[in-house]
Design a protein around this ligand. Structure first.
Ligand SMILES: C[S@@+](CC[C@H](N)C(=O)[O-])C[C@H]1O[C@@H](n2cnc3c(N)ncnc32)[C@H](O)[C@@H]1O
Length: 219
């Protein structure tokens, strides 16, 4: 199975209790901040969300937006996202982040939570090209992800030749999964988006990092 296929299988199995990650007491302060910051950032925009999972962030962002399309490549979490309160106006679509279809439309903002860390180093450009094909010049892009604090609970178990790192994660059914999870720092993020965006900003929270930029005019 490819890294991407095994990741999707892992998140399909984990979907029913995925939201427990947002109930950890040490994350409470960050989440309270993000529940205000994200909707304020996307207020009045037409937002494309990539890898929305169970729609935890969709539910807070959507009410502030002019319109929102939330996508994920796995049906199980997407079904839970559709059932959340407050997301009736959201368009949910099954879509691969590396091949976001033209039928989704064009957006002036994009959000991906806890996704960029799962993109292999060698596929970052492919993901960003796919995303930016759907964005208008000047679109606001925000990625939220886990900082290395997460490694206290889930240490890095392996590293490959491309510098991707892997964690071994056990699901409640006892199955063990090798999950690609990277922890890029500010300079690495800036280098990755340099061909696509301007005005990059980076912010460290206690448990997460936030990275944002504006889509550059396309050549
Ligand atoms: C860590 S979860 C993040 C969910 C949600 N954004 C959040 O912050 O709670 C990663 C998500 O990526 C999705 N995923 C895996 N491979 C994908 C792909 N190629 N394209 C789009 N989504 C993918 C999984 O189904 C899963 O829902």
């Amino acid at each position: 199975m490819s890294v991407d296929e095994s990741m999707k299988a892992y998140y399909a199995a984990r979907a029913p209790y995925y939201d427990e990650v947002y109930e950890k007491p040490e994350r409470r302060e960050d989440i309270a901040f993000l529940r205000d910051w994200l909707p304020a950032t996307f207020a009045g925009r037409n937002v494309l969300e990539v890898a929305c999972g169970t729609g935890y962030w969709t539910q807070w962002i959507a009410p502030a937006t002019a319109a929102m399309t939330a996508t994920d490549a796995t049906a199980e979490p997407l079904a839970l996202a559709r059932g959340r309160p407050g997301v009736q106006a959201v368009r949910f679509e099954l879509a691969d982040a590396y091949d976001l279809p033209e039928s989704l439309g064009r957006f002036d903002a994009a959000y991906a939570g806890l996704w960029f860390s799962h993109v292999p180093v060698g596929r970052r450009r492919e993901f960003l090209e796919s995303l930016h094909r759907r964005l208008a010049p000047g679109a606001r892009v925000v990625f939220l992800d886990n900082s290395e604090v997460q490694c206290r609970e889930l240490p890095i178990a392996a590293r490959d030749a491309e510098a991707n790192t892997y964690q071994l994660r056990r699901l409640k059914d006892g199955s063990l999964h090798r999950v690609l999870k990277n922890f890029p720092g500010r300079a690495e993020l800036e280098a990755a988006v340099a061909p696509f965006g301007v005005r990059a900003g980076h912010r460290e929270l206690q448990n997460f990092w936030l990275f944002s930029y504006d889509a550059a005019p396309r050549p």
